[in-house]
Design a protein around this ligand. Structure first.
Ligand SMILES: NC(=O)c1ccc[n+]([C@@H]2O[C@H](COP(=O)([O-])OP(=O)(O)OC[C@H]3O[C@@H](n4cnc5c(N)ncnc54)[C@H](OP(=O)(O)O)[C@@H]3O)[C@@H](O)[C@H]2O)c1
Length: 223
């Protein structure tokens, strides 16, 4: 693989921190995007570059010299529809725009399983699911190779190193640990997964055995 540098957006989040740790452990150079300078030291200690940025504003400066981008940010629980629109949709779309402009080689975003079927999500999740779906659809059209991960419910349990693929028909939804999502996210970069939407829940299939995750381009889901 040619030299890579990953921009990690949402690095200080619960999943983001685990992705940072994994990038570090796999010796993949990365730049952590943070909102607060108080959070810098944890990432500097891993040898990461730091860039400050707020997803509510222009953050295109974070993309200088970047080859890959991971979007692991998300709206905070109970912050409401404005935050969901801004962070779960609009900032993802801008990430894809900036990535396209800078000829980034791959974008990996963390969406949600409910984006397969927003209208079936419970009332509290429906708007969030719609925003995720609209963001996903935009990313698939933007012309940057993408891997969109759609996890079911996340947990902070210890990672198992195993998952199961899932889609709109999957029921029940086993929780998946943030550590396993971090593992899968970095594996998408290592495998240069391109143009796939990957639904995922807890399961027994070793992540390391996935080589291409799903057949075929999944763009049809958005037509
Ligand atoms: N919770 C679930 O069960 C579930 C299920 C499926 C998918 N997901 C998705 O998985 C992803 C990771 O979830 P998580 O629970 O690990 O995330 P999290 O801990 O809530 O972290 C979210 C991150 O987003 C950052 N962020 C929010 N607004 C921002 C802004 N305006 N500017 C810059 N950064 C901002 C936060 O920054 P600060 O650290 O500065 O606050 C934080 O680092 C999210 O996209 C989420 O929607 C979650």
């Amino acid at each position: 693989m040619n030299a890579i540098k990953v921009l990690l957006i949402g690095a200080h989040g619960r999943t983001g921190r685990l992705i940072a740790r994994r990038l570090h452990d796999e010796a993949l150079p990365f730049r952590a995007m943070l909102r607060r300078s108080a959070h810098k030291s944890e990432f500097s200690a891993m040898g990461a570059e730091i860039v400050l940025g707020d997803l509510n504003y222009d953050f295109s400066h974070a993309f200088d010299d970047i080859t890959h981008v991971i979007y692991a940010a998300g709206s905070s629980d109970n912050e409401g529809i404005q935050e969901e629109r801004a962070i779960d949709r609009d900032a993802v779309m801008r990430t894809a725009d900036y990535a396209k402009r800078r000829r980034v080689r791959q974008i990996v975003t963390i969406s949600a399983l409910s984006a397969y079927y927003p209208e079936r999500a419970g009332f509290a999740l429906r708007h969030y699911a719609r925003m995720k779906r609209e963001a996903d659809a935009y990313v698939t059209r933007r012309g940057v190779p993408y891997a969109i991960l759609r996890p079911g419910p996340l947990s902070d349990d210890a990672p198992r190193g195993t998952i199961a693929l899932a889609d709109e028909r999957t029921h029940p939804l086993a929780k998946i640990s943030r550590g396993d999502i971090a593992h899968l996210t970095v594996r998408c970069i290592a495998l240069t997964i391109g143009n796939q939407v990957i639904g995922v829940i807890g399961g027994d299939v070793p992540i390391e055995t996935f080589n291409s995750l799903q057949p075929a381009d999944t763009r049809r889901r958005f037509q």
